[in-house]
Write a protein that binds this ligand. Structure first.
Ligand code: HEC
Length: 112
């Protein structure tokens, strides 16, 4: 009986550890410097509409929900704009847009 409880606890622990890892499987694909650079660019250019740390007002796209498997769409939308979203292609270089992508995918630097 006791062993059953221990096994159940171990399974739960493993399941929640796997859950945390799955939350952000792509964060480790980006160097921390790139994520930090993206965070700075975000605060300077994007925060006013998409909210501090991507906790945004309801009228701009919630970047936390932007599909993680669409980096090309991200780069295209940011460079060329979408409807109410202004284009950034004249302001940001492609590698800066990549840094923003790293920040959007990985979240706040130092969180992980
Ligand atoms: C002037 C306000 C404003 C600023 C500044 C702004 N955005 Fe947006 N953004 C919007 C709005 C509004 C939308 C929703 C557009 C729509 O779908 O109608 C949006 C949508 C998006 C989308 C979703 C596009 C898609 O394909 O669905 C991305 C990604 C995005 N913004 C990234 C950024 C980044 C990165 C920055 C900083 C470089 C930024 N935004 C700055 C207003 C803004």
């Amino acid at each position: 009986m006791k062993q059953g409880v221990i096994t159940a606890a171990a399974v739960l622990l493993l399941a929640s550890a796997a859950g945390i890892a799955q939350q952000n499987p792509q964060a480790k694909n980006f160097p921390p410097e790139q994520i930090k650079r993206g965070a700075v660019l975000y605060a300077a250019n994007c925060e006013s509409c998409h909210g501090v740390q991507m906790i945004g007002p309801p009228w701009a796209t919630d970047l936390n929900k932007f599909p993680r498997d669409k980096p090309e769409r991200f780069a295209d939308s940011v460079a060329n704009g979408v409807r109410a979203m202004p284009p950034w292609g004249d302001v940001l270089k492609p590698d800066e847009i990549q840094a923003l992508w790293a920040y959007v995918v990985a979240g706040e630097p130092g969180d992980k």
